[in-house]
Design a protein around this ligand. Structure first.
Ligand code: G6P
Length: 610
């Protein structure tokens, strides 16, 4: 969703801001803008649409400055208009960018209007600009005005502010939304995401909740929520620049699909090196905690939720522990059953998803004692708020539709399953060795599945002409059917639904006719014969079958039945391998339809609002 970048330097920062905003595009946005202090003027350019359009406008006006802020906005309060785009300016003197939502903005608006402030936008953000300006007018310097203003706000924010009164300062604040400071040499930066400033520096300070910061060209001073000076640790980011570049691929999604063998190999590396599944894969104190727990409660959103659904099959079958999985936005608002001894597992690629974060807090408030985060972004909010952590090592995921994050989450969840199984006496040494062996072969099997791309692309040409699609699977393949349908609708805008194949007769069969493509995820497992019966039910109604099977499944193509085989059945890990073809089907269908694959309409990469 929204992204922030700011810079103070002795060189022109406009290219830095624009490059930063381009790096933030992947998060999803619908307008972009920059503002800078030039002499005794605050100048600004904003555009709806792409950063490139805003960049062209900035170039046309020959913008150049040594202090500035930039923003990509994903509309919440107020429509997608230039007037609502950030930065917002107060009295031509101060410019501000904001991520998050201010809950008491209406009360603040009334108060400021009574003081004579005129509002130009429908946003909650504009009130913050005026509020800081108001405090400046009372004689406070910029930092003190920011610190006074944030005390009057309720809600979530990451803010960056510049003022023509203090051209040597860039100030920022964080509460509920990520914000970091980048440390350069003779220049410093702020950003909501390290990718925005990686071009300039890798040395970063992650601000904590309630922090404010005064950034000059040569210094950074952080204050906590009580406005006391604090030292925050300097981290060196290991996000690779290559992961932010497209390389030879046409889209980030395609690149990320193809990175999966490497991403999975990196995620399982520690287990492979250890020759087993030590509890330390989940943190130093993991063993005693994971031994005590008597069940698992998984909370997540979107694709991460489907990773959780898959894990439930593994956890209950392999560890004997009860496992519930719930969409975070539902869980957080219901009087849910809570057993203090059940481990709360949150799954989040970004580590920022607001509903998942709030569900985690809510689970704690209900009495859950132990929490574990599976996350792809080091130092992000959710792992920081969790007791145990396992980082997937997918690398930066730029495509809005999640791919490598999902399969690495599955790899991490499988490892969690075996650790729990071992600690609870359900996995013998021999079984542990066998699971490790299967996991070691996984990157190779995923590579084989990727080699099916030409066949899948041929299917996609036909899918591209359809309005609807049905995805069916049973057991471990049901969550993969859900993920396949989600991928297809997200990026090709074809209406797609997924069902457990056993539910066919309870509703979706009514949709089946000769125009309906029906995708079956049909690995060679103990449910295959049941799935074959479901296929007959579809065929008998004229539905066209597109079957993802295994090499050793023994069923053949016939009229209306198309089959693509993954190289061999990979047992309990087959959901990971069968994910690849459904990702490729969605990707090539979207390609054939000419949609914006990496930035599908209306969607955002990290959903940081409700
Ligand atoms: C958004 C993204 C999805 C992602 C979901 C959950 O909807 O577009 O790809 O699965 O959020 O995000 P998380 O970062 O918590 O996994």
């Amino acid at each position: 969703m929204c992204g922030i970048v700011g810079a103070i330097a002795d060189r022109d920062v406009v290219p830095v801001l624009i490059e930063g905003l381009k790096r933030l595009e992947y998060r999803g946005y619908d307008s972009a803008g920059i503002a800078m202090v030039v002499g005794d003027e605050v100048r600004r350019v904003r555009r709806t649409g792409r950063v490139a359009e805003m960049e062209a406008a900035a170039q046309a006006e020959h913008f150049s400055a040594t202090l500035g802020i930039g923003h990509t906005r994903w509309a919440t309060h107020g429509g997608v208009t230039e007037a609502n785009a950030h930065p917002h300016i107060s009295h031509g003197a101060l410019a501000l960018v904001h991520n998050g939502i201010i809950e008491n903005h209406e009360a603040q608006r009334e108060k400021l209007a009574a003081l004579g402030y005129v509002f130009e936008s429908q946003t909650d953000t504009e009130v913050i600009a005026h509020l800081i300006h108001h405090h400046q007018q009372q004689g406070l310097d910029l930092l003190a005005a920011l610190q006074a203003a944030v005390k009057e706000l309720t809600g979530a924010y990451a803010l960056a502010v510049v003022s023509k009164a203090e051209p040597q300062h860039l100030v920022a604040a964080r509460m509920g939304c990520p914000l970091l400071v980048g440390l350069g040499i003779g220049e410093n930066f702020v950003a909501s995401d390290v990718s925005a400033i990686l071009q300039a520096t890798r040395r970063v300070i992650f601000l904590e909740e309630g922090d404010t910061v005064d950034v000059t060209r040569t210094g950074v001073t952080v204050f906590d929520a009580t406005d006391s000076r604090v030292e925050r640790k300097v981290h060196v980011s290991d996000v690779s620049l290559a992961s932010l570049e497209l390389g030879p691929y046409r889209h980030f999604m395609q690149k990320e699909i193809h990175e999966q063998p490497r991403a999975i190999a990196d995620t399982i590396e520690a287990a492979v090196d250890a020759g087993g599944f030590p509890a330390t894969l989940f943190g130093k104190n993991a063993e005693s905690i994971l031994r005590q727990i008597t069940g698992v409660q998984i909370l997540a959103c979107g694709t991460s939720y489907y990773a959780g659904l898959t894990a439930r099959y593994w956890i209950e079958a392999i560890t004997g522990l009860p496992c519930s999985v719930e969409i975070a936005s539902e869980y957080r608002y219901r009087a849910a059953y809570a057993n203090p001894k059940h481990l709360v597992v949150t799954i989040s690629q970004s580590g920022e998803t607001l509903d998942t974060m709030e569900a985690l807090k809510y689970a704690r408030s209900l009495g859950h004692l132990h929490t574990l985060s599976i996350c792809n972004v080091p130092e992000s909010a959710i792992p920081r708020a969790s007791e145990l952590v396992c980082y997937t090592r997918a690398g930066a995921e730029i495509g809005v539709a999640s791919t490598k994050a999902f399969t690495t989450q599955l790899a991490a969840l499988f490892q969690l399953t075996v650790v729990l199984g071992r600690l609870h006496g359900k996995v013998s040494d021999q079984e542990e060795a066998q699971y490790l062996e299967e996991l070691r072969h996984l990157p190779g099997s995923v590579q084989h599945a990727l080699n099916l791309e030409p066949q899948i692309a041929a299917w996609a040409e036909r899918f591209a002409l359809k309005q609807n699609a049905l995805f069916l699977g049973r057991g471990l393949s049901y969550p993969i059917a859900l993920e396949g349908a989600l991928k297809l609708k997200e990026i090709s805008y074809i209406h797609a639904e997924a069902y457990p194949a056993g539910e066919l007769k309870h509703g979706p069969l009514a949709l089946v006719d000769a125009t309906m493509p029906v995708v079956f995820i049909a690995p060679n497992d103990r449910l295959l014969e049941k799935v074959k019966s479901n296929m007959q039910e579809v065929r008998a109604r004229g539905g066209e079958l597109f079957v993802f099977a295994d090499q050793d499944s023994h069923f053949s193509e016939s009229a209306g039945v198309h089959v693509i085989r993954t190289p061999r059945h990979t047992g309990v890990l087959s959901p990971v391998v069968h994910t690849i073809p459904v990702q490729l089907l969605a990707y090539h269908t979207a390609l054939a339809r000419g949609t914006d694959v990496d930035k599908p309409r209306n969607l955002a990469k990290a959903v940081t609002v409700e």
